[in-house]
Structures are given as structure tokens and as C-alpha cells.
Design a protein around this ligand. Structure first.
Ligand code: NAP
Length: 284
């Protein structure tokens, strides 16, 4: 990649961002697409968020991705929210429309594209069990509800966010059955009844937490088990357990790649080469 006087910038705002795989996959895509665009890490503390957003405007960034801990806070600093961000209450992609910064959320679409790339899904016959009720869970739940799943069960550590997500789903889809339960309750019945099971919490990576998430005996080979945690090996304890039971197991890398691809589409209007993005990450 040659940085020239005319090169536009995009980047990722987070704190920290040093672990992020996004610069790698974005720059690989831009090179393959012949774009005069460069993607940079933007470590921004919570106190600096407002100035950083003003900086994006002043420096005429084409756009930016947003990650932890800014996805919700950034909504207050933008000129407008697109429907995808408004309904989720969080932004993962900012588009600079001639100086006006518009917040979008591509996580839900990214999840759906990754899911459909991996497996054929009949949404109308696929009850969902969702572990977690944070930003990622909200995006995924909304996207699945839009596609017509027959019901969604939300299991979360705390009551507050589970209830908020239930209400948000009911506002948009009043007839959709949505049940909530706490993570420390028994939810083996929900596990057994679900066709799609999604872990949208950071739990499950460590030995300490792995047995607390899902009673593995309730899993079966008809199920699709997704762990949104991005692990290079796609081998979180939950995914390993799902594979051992013959279930279809899907890691978070596909969603990461496709939410990034959606951002590139928004910024450039062009379709990026997802295979190139995948190879860039796998080469690490
Ligand atoms: P978030 O908004 O902070 O939400 C975190 C959720 O996890 C909340 O429901 C929280 O419950 C729960 N939680 C946190 N720590 C927990 C623990 N130790 N045990 C049980 N539950 C716990 O975060 P997020 O942005 O939704 O991200 C959630 C996960 O998805 C992260 O692992 C993130 O890396 C991953 N993610 C992946 C992609 C991708 O592209 N693959 C995209 C976005 C996020 P409470 O409500 O009780 O606090």
C-alpha cells in the first residue's frame, strides 16, 4: 500500500485497540480492491471520545468502526443514527456523509451473513436461545427476529439488560414470543428446545466459566451453536462441546469479517473480497 497525499483514512475507535484484527483485514481488502484508503487503529479513552469524533470530522475520515467501550457512548456525538443503529442503541460503523457523521450498526447483518455462509437456515423453524443481552446480543436478536424466527429466549447474568432487550424486540415484533431467564437459573429446557444457540457474552473462554454456560448434555446434532467470541482457532469450550455432540458449531470470526465487509460497503459502495479478509486474519 502506498500512502499518498490523496489517501483517505478510515480506522477503529476503541480502548484498547492493540488486539484488533480489523486493521489487518481492512487494509488487505483495500489493497485487493485497489482503493486509495488506509485503515488505522485509533486508541481513544472514554474521556477523549468527543474530541476524537470531532477529529474524524476535521480530518475528513471516510468513516470509522467503533468497538468496546464506545459503541453506546458514541451515539451522543454523531449527527444522525441510521435505523440499524437506532434500534440496537449502539454504533459499530460511522459513515462520513460530506461532513455529517452517521452511525450504523453492521453486527446483525454480519452475523446473518456468516450464519448463512456456514449453514442453510430455515428461520421459521428455528427457535433461538441467546446467552447475553449486551450490544452484540441486541444486534443478533433484532436480525433474527426480522428474519422470522418463531421465538427467542434470552438468558442473561443480570435482569436489567435482558428486560430491555425483551422490550426492544416486542416493540418491533409485538407477536414474537420472548422469554427471559437469569444465567444462574436452570435453562436446560430452553437449550434443548432451541435450534440456534448463541453465546453473546465474553464468558466461556476460560476453564472457570466453560461449564457454567450450557449443559452440554442438552445439545444435539440438529442444533446450530454460535459463539460470538472471536478466537483464531474457533475452538472455545462451547464450540468444542457442540462439535463433540455433532451440532454445527460457528465461531465469531465469520461475523467479524462480515460486519467489516458491510462497513466497507457503506463507505465505498463496493463489495469487498471476504476471502481476502479471511486469509489476512488466518495468516496471523
Ligand atoms: P456488552 O455490550 O458489554 O455485553 C456483554 C454481555 O455479556 C452482557 O449481557 C453481560 O451481562 C454479559 N456478561 C459479561 N461478562 C459476563 C460473565 N463473566 N459471565 C456471564 N455473562 C457476562 O458486550 P458486547 O459488545 O455485546 O460483546 C459480547 C461478546 O460478543 C464479546 O465477547 C465480544 O467480543 C463479542 N462480539 C463479537 C463480535 C464479532 O464480530 N464476532 C461482534 C461484537 C461482539 P450483564 O447484562 O449482566 O452485564
Amino acid at each position: 500500500m502506498q500512502i499518498r497525499g490523496s489517501t483517505r483514512l478510515a480506522g477503529i475507535l476503541g480502548y484498547p485497540v492493540s488486539h484488533s484484527l480489523s486493521p489487518l483485514m481492512h487494509n488487505a481488502a483495500y489493497a485487493a480492491m485497489g482503493l486509495n484508503l488506509c485503515y488505522v487503529p485509533l486508541p481513544v479513552s472514554p474521556e477523549g471520545l468527543g474530541s476524537a469524533i470531532a477529529g474524524l470530522r476535521a480530518m475528513q475520515f471516510l468513516g470509522a468502526n467503533v468497538t468496546i467501550p464506545h459503541k453506546v457512548a458514541v451515539t451522543g456525538h454523531l449527527d444522525r443514527l441510521a435505523e440499524s443503529a437506532r434500534r440496537v442503541g449502539a454504533v459499530n460503523t460511522i459513515v462520513n456523509e460530506d461532513g455529517s457523521l452517521v452511525g450504523h450498526n453492521t453486527d446483525g447483518t454480519g452475523f446473518i451473513r456468516a450464519l448463512e455462509e456456514a449453514v442453510a437456515v430455515d428461520y421459521s423453524g428455528a427457535p433461538v436461545l441467546l446467552l447475553g443481552a449486551g450490544g452484540a446480543a441486541r444486534s443478533v436478536a433484532m436480525a433474527l427476529a426480522d428474519r422470522g424466527v418463531p421465538r427467542i429466549a434470552i438468558v442473561n447474568r443480570g435482569r436489567a439488560r435482558a428486560d430491555e432487550l425483551r422490550q426492544a424486540l416486542k416493540d418491533k415484533h409485538p407477536s414474537l414470543p420472548v422469554e427471559t431467564r437469569l444465567l444462574d437459573a436452570d435453562y436446560n429446557d430452553l437449550t434443548a428446545a432451541a435450534k440456534i444457540i448463541i453465546n453473546a457474552t465474553p464468558a466461556g473462554m476460560s476453564e472457570r466459566l466453560k461449564s457454567e454456560l450450557i449443559a452440554v448434555d442438552s445439545l444435539s446434532e440438529e442444533q446450530i451453536v454460535c459463539d460470538l467470541v472471536y478466537s483464531q482457532t474457533q475452538a472455545t469450550p462451547l464450540l468444542l462441546a457442540a462439535r463433540a455432540k455433532g451440532a454445527k458449531a460457528l465461531g465469531g470470526l465469520g461475523m467479524l469479517i462480515h460486519q467489516g465487509a458491510e462497513a466497507i460497503r457503506l463507505w465505498t459502495g463496493s463489495t469487498p473480497p471476504v476471502e481476502v479478509m479471511k486469509e489476512a486474519i488466518e495468516s496471523q
